[in-house]
Design a protein around this ligand. Structure first.
Ligand code: ADP
Ligand code: ASP
Ligand code: MG
Length: 425
């Protein structure tokens, strides 16, 4: 059972979580619980790091931001003990959850299950703080924002759990963020592949890596609400009675259930960088992206197509091109630094950056076999006067970059255009 930030926000909610855990344990299930920090807490801690220094050391950032989960895991253990459920917290380094050394976005390598097995054998509930691990050299790491989902799936995989129930503040995965489009429809099932793509383009209901891991390790993942049903002791609902979303293999979806477009996602956490007048010659693009890769910064959308002649009379003209790409907004300061350091090698004119952008994506396996998905997207946005700044596609996804202020409008009109709106009640 994994409980997200809103589910853990305050003692009353933690009591309600404890009641849900007790109910599952009382039914004879062996339960390990993974918890997030209280809602807003990780943002607050990240803010402190940025305030202390925009170019903070990721090692120390991890020490700071992992703290929120330490607090909630201890509090849930206390709340469980208070209702006579034996419980013990097991921090990332105690379990341990071993990761690589990519601080702030570490990947889990292995999970030692001895302590967990002992806790099961003793009839106790293990409460594991999500989001944190330990790197070689004993330094604390964190798994990237939203990483508690990945902690939960990784623990479930390590102990070969029957299921990994992700409890959050919505009762499942919807065709788009239900907080933006009230007419979004809940999906009873969604395939690993589509969920992976949806998560990777911004549907933050599950962290992307958690879905990738679940797919690889064949973990049954279910998304459920922790706000449904009574919150007290015996009245708390069991997972089996809750209507959530099951993440399934493609073979578990019938043809009738299959839609052309599964969902629409948005992501406001990217920043756009344009390098102007870079020489149009072999090796230039590599010289831009090498320093970013060396700094462990993931580049997402890339466009390089605004070629123009630098000399209008055609005399000694060398052609130059603008290169535009997006990086996580959180990595913008480090990206600018890395690019400026490589300025002479790259030979760019200006570096222009913009954080007021949003990426809107439509996802669906149906587009493999249907033409016109992208064109519907462009026509719909164009009709609303929404300008497209960049485009990228994959086999089952089309993404566009637009101005941030137009996010909600874009998601709504696309949701309608692809016929995803729920019937009005
Ligand atoms: P938690 O703290 O429980 O991990 P998150 O805030 O990380 O919760 O994720 C849940 C949120 O994801 C929901 O409140 C919802 O606004 C958002 N969300 C975005 N896209 C979707 C979607 N397609 N279906 C459901 N929720 C979504
Ligand atoms: N607390 C962390 C975050 O806000 C991890 C999580 O909640 O999944 O990103
Ligand atoms: Mg989350």
């Amino acid at each position: 059972m994994k409980f997200g930030g809103t589910s853990m926000a305050g003692i009353e909610r933690i009591r309600s979580v404890a009641a849900r855990v007790k109910r599952e344990a009382a039914a004879g299930n062996q339960v390990a619980v993974v918890v997030s920090a209280m809602a807003g807490e990780t943002d607050r801690l990240v803010g402190f790091c940025r305030e202390a220094s925009p170019l903070y050391d990721p090692r120390e950032y991890d020490v700071v931001v992992s703290a929120g989960e330490q607090i909630t895991s201890g509090l849930l253990a206390i709340a469980l003990q208070a209702i006579n459920v034996p419980a013990r917290s097991l921090l990332g380094w105690q379990l341990p959850i071993r990761t690589d050394t990519a601080f702030a976005k570490a990947r889990i390598d292995t999970i030692d299950t001895d302590a967990l097995e002992e806790s099961f054998a003793a009839g106790a509930v293990a409460v594991i703080p999500g989001f944190q691990g330990v790197a070689p050299g004993q330094r604390i790491t964190t798994l990237g924002r939203g990483g508690s989902d990945t902690s939960a799936v990784a623990v479930a995989a390590a102990i070969r759990a029957d299921r990994c129930d992700i409890y959050t503040d919505v009762d499942g995965v919807y065709t788009t963020d239900p907080r933006i489009v009230p007419r979004a429809r809940k999906l009873a099932k969604v395939t690993y592949e589509e969920m992976l793509e949806l998560a990777s383009v911004g549907a933050k209901v599950l962290q992307t890596r958690s879905v990738g891991l679940a797919m690889k390790e064949k973990v049954r993942v279910q998304v459920l609400s922790s706000f449904t049903g009574r919150a007290d002791g015996d009245g708390a609902p069991m997972a089996d009675t809750l209507p959530g979303t099951m993440i399934v293999g493609e073979e578990e979806i019938d043809d009738v259930e299959r839609q052309l477009i599964t969902g629409i996602a948005h992501d406001k956490n990217e920043a756009k960088i344009t390098l102007t007048r870079v020489p149009d010659q072999p090796g230039t693009v590599a010289s831009i992206f090498e320093p970013l890769a060396a700094a462990n910064i993931n580049v997402d959308m890339i466009i390089q197509n605004i070629a123009h002649q630098s000399a209008s009379n055609g005399a000694s003209s060398t052609s130059a091109t603008d290169v535009t790409f997006t990086v996580p907004a959180a990595d913008l300061a480090r990206s600018i630094e890395a690019l400026n350091q490589a300025r002479e090698t790259i030979g760019f004119g200006e570096l222009i950056h913009d954080t007021r952008v949003a990426k809107i994506s439509v996802v669906g396996v149906g587009m493999r076999s249907h033409a016109g998905v992208a064109s519907t997207m462009f026509t719909t946005l164009g009709a609303r006067g929404i300008n497209i700044q960049a485009i990228s596609t994959s086999e089952i996804k089309v993404s566009v970059l637009i101005h941030e202020d137009e996010t909600e409008l874009a998601v709504r009109v696309l949701h309608t255009a692809y016929g995803l709106d729920a019937e009005a009640a």
